[in-house]
Design a binder for this molecule. Structure first.
Ligand code: NAP
Length: 455
């Protein structure tokens, strides 16, 4: 079966790709191992020159590459360009910091000298999702390559053009053959790659089902993994919050990337004292969003990625309403070509509704009313996920309670959850384990070697 790129704005097939044969994949894995052995001998300075070139190409070609993102997965062209520019910053960050992140860590013992030495481990398979097709890849690949590891990218099948473009950027930036390679394979071939001796570790960003499958195989093979999975982030609003700002940021936090972000605010947990006012503002903001052609600069919301995604959110909304929840606005598929969906807000969601505990990967906000900070945190934690979280309050005590007690990989105060190359990123519970970005992201795939030198 060919691997297909389809434009979600029209439903039309843009391009089809033949999947690589097993023989071809095996050759690429071997090449990746040889490239790693060469890369680890190359100085940080030389690696940094190439990584800076990656950043430069991303910046210069953001318009052109941005069009491919919009065509393949439907995000607005404006947000595609922003994603590519952010990816350039990520590449620059590791070009500048990798040597420091990997510096020996001296530890005083009885030895003449003892220290931690961070060493690369070899080729790493990166199984990546379509929702941020450039950023997700760069945030893994830049630290991995700066550390001396090589990258084997198995990108989501619907963004193969992006995957090939990225491979080409790393080549043009001066990295030698085999440092960054795209494998055009379906997910059914991932196991075969993971079991190959040349592949030393894996990282997966995507759904729980894919994550647990990759982790189970790597468990049998005793290979390390990092998993970045789904989320159902809480966005808590307390009475002292700036409600206008919280509603504006909350709207972006829920609807950016057409509502398809792991760290989107998905559950709005609002104190009863300000519930009605906040609700009114959020509904007003959602109703003002412009849905349409993602290439147009005035568009806020483009299509969902595919028909099954559209079907899934329709089912989730219907199920919630059947369980007694109430729809405040939108929440319906738009008739016509493409996979467009009107952003919606749902309140009075009972525990029995699927969306109480499932992730909604589309622009639908769940609104919950609570009477105290304790109740807000309890509700925030009543989820299988633990990715990001956000609290809006000027009360320092409430801020501290949220930071201490919300079960999540991140808590943002008076801001939406976002990723930043300088800060670690990742989840707990069913949102995954391990960290990307910052020093943690680079060291995740390093051998922390103990060195102890005696007379
Ligand atoms: P997905 O279906 O799991 O796909 C992600 C990647 O995994 C794709 O490359 C896919 O390949 C591959 N894959 C699927 N099933 C697999 C299997 N059984 N074994 C090995 N690989 C497999 O996820 P998605 O629908 O693209 O992405 C949406 C999910 O990703 C959401 O839950 C979202 O929250 C999560 N996400 C998390 C983060 C984070 O940082 N925590 C960031 C972004 C997205 P094919 O395309 O060929 O099937």
């Amino acid at each position: 079966m060919p691997i297909v790129s389809r434009n979600p704005s029209t439903g039309e097939i843009i391009k089809q790709f033949e999947s690589y044969s097993d023989e071809c994949v095996d050759k690429l894995l071997l090449k990746s191992y040889s490239a790693h052995k060469k890369l680890k001998k190359i100085s940080f300075n030389k690696r940094a020159v190439c990584m800076m070139a990656v950043a430069r190409i991303l910046n210069t070609e953001s318009e052109k590459l941005g069009k491919i993102l919009t065509q393949e997965m439907g995000k607005t062209h404006t947000s595609a360009i922003a994603e590519i520019k952010k990816s350039a910053l990520g590449a620059e960050h590791y070009a500048i910091t990798a040597e420091d992140y990997m510096a020996d860590d001296i530890i005083k013992t009885n030895a003449l000298k003892s220290y931690r030495s961070y060493q690369p481990i070899g080729p790493i398979l990166a199984v990546m999702p379509w929702n941020y097709p450039v950023w997700q890849v760069i945030r893994f690949a830049a630290p991995a390559i700066m550390a001396g590891n090589t990258v084997l990218l198995k990108h989501a099948s619907n963004v193969t053009q992006c995957a090939l473009y990225l491979e080409d950027i790393f080549k043009r930036a001066g990295f030698h053959d085999g440092v960054f390679q795209t494998l055009i394979i379906p997910s059914s071939k991932v196991e075969r790659v993971l079991r190959n001796e040349n592949v030393r570790a894996a990282t997966l960003t995507g759904s729980e089902i894919a994550g647990s499958s990759v982790a189970a195989i790597c468990g049998q093979e005793i290979k390390p993994t990092v998993l970045e999975l789904g989320g159902s982030d809480a966005f808590i609003v307390m009475p002292s919050a700036d409600l206008e700002k919280a509603a504006a940021v909350g709207t972006t936090a829920r609807t950016q990337n057409n509502g398809q972000s792991c760290i989107a605010a998905k559950r709005f947990i609002v104190h009863a004292e300000v519930y009605e006012v906040f609700k009114e503002k959020l509904v007003r903001n959602f109703a003002a969003l412009k849905i349409g052609d993602p290439m147009k600069p005035e568009t806020d919301i483009g299509p969902l990625v595919n028909q099954s995604s559209l079907n899934e959110v329709e089912d989730q909304v219907k199920n919630a309403l059947d369980c007694g929840a109430e729809l405040l606005c939108g929440g319906k598929a738009i008739k016509g070509q493409g996979y467009f969906f009107q952003p919606g807000i749902i309140e009075k969601i009972p525990k029995s509704a699927r969306i109480y505990s499932e992730e909604i990967f589309a622009p639908v906000a769940g609104l919950y009313e609570v009477n105290s900070i304790e109740e807000a945190i309890e509700l925030a934690n009543d989820s299988p996920f633990g990715l990001g979280s956000s609290i809006w309050t000027s009360e320092l005590g409430e801020q501290k309670q949220a930071i201490d007690d919300i079960e999540a990989g991140a808590t943002f105060v008076n801001a939406m959850t976002s990723s930043d190359p300088r800060l670690p990123f990742g989840g707990i519970k069913r949102s995954g384990y391990g960290r990307e970005l910052a020093a943690e992201g680079l060291r995740a795939f390093c051998n922390v070697k103990t060195v102890s030198i005696h007379e």
